[in-house]
Design a protein around this ligand. Sequence first.
Ligand SMILES: Cc1cc2nc3c(=O)[nH]c(=O)nc-3n(C[C@H](O)[C@H](O)[C@H](O)COP(=O)(O)OP(=O)(O)OC[C@H]3O[C@@H](n4cnc5c(N)ncnc54)[C@H](O)[C@@H]3O)c2cc1C
Ligand code: FES
Length: 494
Amino acid sequence: MESLWLSTAPPVPSDPFIPSAEYDVVVAGAGLTGLAAALLLARSGQKVAVLEARQVGAVTSGNTTAKVSLLQGVQLSTIASHQGADAVRDYVNANRAGQDWLLRFCRDHGVDHDIRTAYTYALSEKGRQSLEAEFSAATAAGLSPQMTLETELPFEVSGALELPGQAQIHPLQALAALAAELQAAGGTLVQGIRVTGAGKAADNRVRVLTPSGSVSARHLVLATGIPILDRGGYFARLLPLRSYAMAHPIRGAVPQGMYLSVDSPSRSLRTARVGGTDYLISGGNGHAVGRHPHPQSLVEDLSRWTTHHFAVADPIYAWSAQDYEPASGVPYVGQVPFGDGSIFAATGFNKWGMTNAVAAALALSQAIAPAAEGDGALNWYQPKLSSRDVLTAVRDNAEVGLEMLAGWASSLAGADESAPPEGQGKVVRKNLRPVGICTVDGEISRVSAVCPHLGGVLAWNDAEASWDCPLHGSRFAADGRLLEGPAVRGLDRG
Ligand SMILES: Cc1cc2nc3c(=O)[nH]c(=O)nc-3n(C[C@H](O)[C@H](O)[C@H](O)COP(=O)(O)OP(=O)(O)OC[C@H]3O[C@@H](n4cnc5c(N)ncnc54)[C@H](O)[C@@H]3O)c2cc1C
Ligand code: FES
């Protein structure tokens, strides 16, 4: 399942990896966070290298729906309930800075983007009450949304919030332009090289480890989605959530605004014109990674909903992606605890990374190089964990513990090692160890079904033909290759 964006991505050249090279800053990850931070640092005169495990935009930034919006579902009322009104104001200001920077960059570099009105809508009475809470939080933070019953949707809503002047972009065009300017400014971008760890080098520098050798830097930025080094206790405070998207060619009049529902199942809409074709992009049906028994049914459900309500053809592109929900309600951005102040991370964007990633990049680059562009708005990046957040984290971790037990227990239940039907996978017991067996394109693969991160038992994802970890969201291809998540290596043979 490849996204519309990755299927139509401009090529991005890769630089060679030079073992033992010395940099001012190494950035791990070439999504929006990593490339924006790297460019800001390179512009301020830093010698920067980006090391990307796969290719530019391979993970969430290339599989997003790419609304660049300050109207963010119920994000602001959620932050208000966790952190209070001042935190919402700081969050909105930082996101506005991120939005302004990204849209200015798109204008200056000819990146496709459209200005649109954003809507958050409800169908139920409970949903309408959520909109009222969001309206209060947004208004207190200086935004001016309007409550309305008038939308372009072909069904009645119980309420909607609208905020004009928001935007939608082609994220891979933006990433390619960031990469090109980074390389023109003297930065290095290496694709296909995974950072596997970090240690100390001479003169208080960080040694950045990869399977092809190490490099050193004064600072390391982990822009890897979920951080790969858990020196900040991140795994216990982030819930990985996966959801689905598809692009349908438009056959008649469709809504031109950007829509998001507050009721469950979540629904998201936007349009995109790519290569002369107009698409309606629908999204939703999110769930915790590795914890849905039949993800393909969610793809089919989303497609049915879209073709039922809108004048569109069957989808040409369908894809899915994950982002990380923070227990504190706000992203974690800043120095990693116990990293001697030289390692930084940015995570927990809760599906609002188009503005948050750039806001994080502005803050991180200025913290590393005070001469870098930015507005010094680091104060929203120091979330306090309230007792309620601790309870949320405890609940999420209790669920992680139960998933761990359930995974090991169910894997011990079956020992039938016969190959499953095409497109299917199963976990069976072999010498008391869980083994994953799947059939994809006629090829049968047998892999260890134990996640090399912290030992979760993997589940088969029939939408992506992948092995997904229900604990912290690492994902692996049918043959065991690492796709994403905090793990730094693939699966052993089964
Ligand atoms: C379905 C979906 C829809 C969304 N829609 C929106 C939206 O409409 N608007 C919005 O604002 N936000 C949206 N988001 C959120 C947004 O897309 C993300 O928050 C944002 O893209 C995250 O960017 P990132 O650079 O931090 O992470 P990523 O894009 O995931 O980049 C991380 C990069 O690090 C690389 N990497 C990982 N490990 C290593 C390693 N060990 N060494 C080297 N490289 C490594 C990965 O390969 C990857 O390229 C959505 C998210 C999802 C899941
Ligand atoms: S991702 Fe942590 S155990 Fe699998």
